[in-house]
Design a protein around this ligand. Structure first.
Ligand SMILES: Cc1ncc(COP(=O)(O)O)c(C=O)c1O
Length: 395
């Protein structure tokens, strides 16, 4: 018998996790593709010169921490810097025991899954939701139930109805700000109701704030974690405001839960990379992240406006799309009967990358929708890419 026999694979790998994210990352390497596919930051936002200068400075100063293993919870300086940033952005400072530095937000989700989910446990997600979260929770053999979204984010009243009918989730995963993939944000009223439901029904909210700092204008409503730090685990990332190459993020949670996450982290990566932690700490201290965030917001706002104008101009009657107020994404609903998986295939042949909507649902729904990411695509190519999509829909 060959040792690669599928019968040797663990049961948890047989869940329908699929190659979703790997397939999207692979699209990055396709030449001349006009890609609305990945949720990647624009490389023009990366502060290359500052990184180069900082690395030279650290090396010259005989810095050791950046090159060494770090404590599992994180380097003291990085923990301080994260607490500073969270306090400035959210109005509440995590206490020392409430914070863990992670290798990106995806690791925070993985650690939550590892710490809370037994096979068959129920996780409520938004429909649609972040593909990586579906994959992370599925890998622990959890059952996923998707509650719909609208322009004001998760339909919390629908969640309330399902809870009243006996739904008993352990976790409710939400992306309240500039959601991936729908580009919508959770209203302030719904945030209050959601945390009240968590307290009443005894589930934990997993709040993913990946795009929170990338709002185009108005201040975001209070984060769920700042409203209810007793029932929320917040997963955050520096990928969209610094760069993803260092794989860095955080989890903020009640101290008892944070301690569990630190335990779980010992057998994923032992510690987040010290290099990235030191870079982040210095960028934060020197105000360089704030500079970058200001430039990023303006860049993404202008790309978003260009995308919305192109959609308005080109899309056939019956198509509809969300109007993001930040982040990277708009959610396009195709005219009657059109299939996004079919469109994605034909678009790829015409040199345009999109991700079909069904990838963002745990139950195969969503084929009538498409995620359009405007963050990476060259501004000058947005019109051409949307015109090609529209022509495919018309033909
Ligand atoms: C909603 C959301 N959460 C988490 C992540 C992952 O972030 P990280 O790069 O920190 O793992 C992404 C990245 O696309 C995302 O869109």
């Amino acid at each position: 018998m060959a040792v690669t026999s599928a019968s040797l694979f663990a049961a948890r790998t047989r869940g329908d996790v699929g190659a979703g994210i790997a397939d999207i990352l692979a699209l990055l390497g396709v030449p001349d593709l006009i890609s609305f596919a990945g949720g990647f930051p624009d490389p023009r936002t990366f502060s290359r010169e500052r990184v180069a200068a900082l690395l030279a400075e650290l090396a010259d100063a005989g810095e050791v921490n950046a090159f060494q293993y770090a404590p599992t919870r994180g380097l003291a300086g990085a923990l301080e810097a994260f607490a500073d940033r969270i306090e400035a952005a959210q109005g509440r400072r995590p206490a020392a025991g409430e914070l863990v530095v992670t290798s990106g937000a995806i690791e925070a989700l993985e650690l939550v899954g590892k710490s809370f989910l037994d096979p068959g446990d129920l996780v409520v997600v938004e429909g649609p939701t972040y593909l990586g979260a579906i994959q992370a929770f599925r890998s622990f053999e959890a059952d996923l139930d998707a509650v719909p979204l609208d322009e004001d984010g998760l339909q919390v009243d629908e969640l309330e109805r399902r809870l009243a009918r006996g739904l008993r989730p352990k976790l409710v995963y939400t992306i309240p700000d500039h959601q991936n993939p729908a580009g919508v944000s959770l209203s302030a009223e719904r945030r209050s109701l959601l945390v009240e439901l968590a307290r009443r029904h005894g589930f934990l909210i997993v709040e993913d704030v990946a795009y929170r700092e990338l709002g185009f204008a108005a201040q975001a409503p209070a984060s769920l974690w700042s409203l209810a730090p007793d029932v929320v685990v917040q997963a955050g990332t520096t990928s969209k405001i610094l760069f993803p190459g260092v794989r860095l993020g955080w989890a903020a949670a009640p101290a008892g839960i944070a301690a569990r996450l630190v335990s779980a982290k010992q057998t994923t990566d032992q510690c987040a990379g010290a290099f990235g932690q030191r870079l982040f700490e210095e960028f934060q201290r020197r105000g360089w992240i704030d500079d970058q965030v200001v430039r990023s917001r303006a860049l993404y706002e202008s790309k978003c406006a260009r995308l919305l104008a192109a959609l308005e101009r080109a899309m056939p009657p019956g198509a509809a799309w969300t109007t993001p107020r930040g982040g990277f994404f708009s959610w396009l609903t195709l005219p009657d009967g059109a299939s996004s998986s079919d469109l994605a295939q034909r678009a790829a042949e015409r040199g345009v990358g999109i991700v079909p909507g069904s990838l963002f649902f745990p139950d195969g729904r969503g084929d009538e929708s498409v995620r359009l990411s405007f963050s990476l695509v060259d501004e000058a190519q947005i019109d051409e890419g949307i015109a090609r999509l529209a022509a495919l829909l018309a033909g």
